[in-house]
Ligand binder design. Structure first.
Ligand code: ATP
Length: 135
């Protein structure tokens, strides 16, 4: 479709999203970036965090756990370890994961540290994205 971007988010758990959108914004490892139709092609890794996309006047939010973004003039393809639309986030589960990670961090052996802090980062990002839920 002209002047639209086909946004696809794929994880090992399945296709999370496939939509024609007007604009995509997210956090690459080199910094935040936004994509409008006609963007020059590029490829980047993504951080744990939030992706947002606009369809008309509505902005939608998605949690993205690591991954890659492949950007073309009319396409944004996200390959992530896991991802959830904000309305699909189970906030209680994220809070439980946050507590578990905090407990582990208190007594973390060094080899546990990276794993527990990544888990904490995922939980906090999920809670933040869930708070952006529309409606
Ligand atoms: P947990 O410790 O709660 O399992 P996690 O960060 O280890 O969280 P992931 O490995 O990122 O979980 O994801 C595993 C699967 O569970 C994926 O399909 C992911 O979308 C889903 N998932 C994880 N946490 C949530 C959540 N809070 N709400 C909805 N889906 C979730």
């Amino acid at each position: 479709m002209e002047n639209k971007i086909k946004l696809e988010i794929v994880t090992p758990y399945g296709l999370i999203l496939s939509e024609e959108v007007d604009e995509v914004s997210t956090s690459g490892s080199e910094g935040d970036f936004g994509v409008l139709p006609g963007h020059v092609p590029f490829f980047t890794t993504l951080k744990i965090g939030m992706l947002s996309y606009k369809k008309g006047n509505t902005t939608n939010y998605v949690f993205v756990n690591w991954g890659y973004a492949e950007v073309g003039p009319d396409r944004v393809m996200i390959l992530a370890d896991s991802a959830e639309k904000s309305e699909d986030i189970d906030v209680e589960r994220a809070k439980a994961a946050m507590k578990r990670a905090e407990e582990r961090l208190k007594k973390a052996e060094e080899f546990d540290f990276a794993r527990a802090s990544a888990s904490l980062e995922r939980a906090l990002a999920r809670i933040q994205v869930a708070e952006k839920r529309t409606g």
